[in-house]
Design a protein around this ligand. Structure first.
Ligand code: ADP
Ligand code: ADP
Length: 235
């Protein structure tokens, strides 16, 4: 089966007269190793779709399956990166990126026993995003673009089944943003993880994704997802 499958999924917020359909008849499937993008204007339901895919919201109708199983709650093996970098200022870049590994391994002794291996893993990630040697810097000593590179490392360090990218380059200036596109593409070429990118930048979607889904908002409520297959741009 595909890694993720949405079958005629709808999602309503509120109830009674306040009931609002944010997503209707959304059908899509994501193969393992595929990079998809979901493009659409603000308010069209992109974040809602992300929460459905990761099991943070149960669908009001239809079905969400991951690994062929109907999703019943938050799924495991998800990496996330957001528009704001959300790095902890009191931790070095290295310790920020190690955090997801600490969280999945709550036994401090086990974490310490494996730490050398984990640190090597983080250093390899830092090198592939062009931040080799920056592990001991604090986030506030890094530029916005460097912080976002660190966030990508943190999202990937536990080798998630699926990487969710919610406007990760939205707050960056145009030049830095395009630099980050090529960093992202390089990471994906090297590691072939499954990724879902949410953006309102069609150019970004086309640059990064194998498959682009377009969401549009009809007056009132209805959202359709239309799939467009694009050739991967050559670099
Ligand atoms: P996007 O991420 O594309 O901006 P969202 O998925 O956040 O869109 O929102 C889709 C629609 O659902 C919007 O009209 C938004 O106002 C509404 N919405 C989102 N979250 C909630 C919520 N918790 N309660 C009520 N309405 C919501
Ligand atoms: P340590 O480095 O001591 O293992 P952390 O750096 O994870 O701990 O957290 C330090 C303190 O900040 C803790 O009291 C923790 O509860 C709190 N904390 C952790 N994450 C966050 C967060 N995202 N926002 C605010 N406070 C947090």
């Amino acid at each position: 089966p595909p890694l993720v499958e949405l079958r005629q999924v709808s999602l309503a917020y509120g109830s009674g007269p306040a009931r609002m359909l944010a997503l209707e008849d959304a059908t899509l499937s994501i193969a393992k190793g595929e990079f998809i993008a979901v493009v659409g204007p603000s308010g069209c339901g992109k974040s809602t779709l992300m929460k459905l895919v990761t099991g943070l919201l149960p669908p009001s109708g239809g079905e969400v399956r991951v690994h062929g199983q109907v999703v019943k709650g938050p799924i495991r093996g998800v990496g996330m990166a957001f528009q704001a970098p959300t790095l902890m200022p009191w931790r070095t870049t290295l310790d920020n990126i190690l955090l997801p590994l600490e969280v999945v391994e709550p036994h401090k002794r086990r974490f310490r026993a494996n730490k050398a291996e984990y640190v090597a893993r983080v250093e390899a990630l830092l090198a592939s995003v062009g931040l080799g040697g920056f592990g001991q810097k604090y986030p506030w000593q890094l530029s916005g673009g460097m912080q976002q590179r660190s966030s990508l490392c943190r999202a990937l360090v536990h080798e998630p089944d699926i990487l969710m990218l919610d406007e990760p380059f939205g707050a960056l200036d145009a030049f830095t943003r395009e630099e980050l596109w090529s960093v992202m593409q390089k990471l994906w070429m090297e590691r072939r993880f499954t990724a879902v990118l949410v953006t309102h930048d069609l150019r970004e979607a086309v640059y990064l994704a194998d498959t682009v889904y377009v969401m549009s908002r009809r007056p009132g409520k209805i959202v359709k997802i239309r799939k467009i297959e694009l050739p991967r741009p050559r670099t």
